[in-house]
Design a protein around this ligand. Sequence first.
Ligand code: SF4
Ligand code: SF4
Length: 54
Amino acid sequence: MYVINDNCISCGACVPDCPVSAIVEGDGKYTINGDCISCGACVPSCPVDAIVEG
Ligand code: SF4
Ligand code: SF4
């Protein structure tokens, strides 16, 4: 499971990289929901390294 931390600037760049559409816009930042299969594809797309294993 991956999570998005408070470094997220809500740029949305990670959204199209997720094969199961698990990244959704949340309150003040984007979040990863329970559909995440922990593939890691979204991690390199984040400009502020906000996506981490959690
Ligand atoms: Fe989607 Fe993979 Fe990122 Fe999980 S780790 S949110 S499945 S791209
Ligand atoms: Fe947030 Fe990073 Fe995703 Fe942009 S790419 S929405 S900063 S987690």
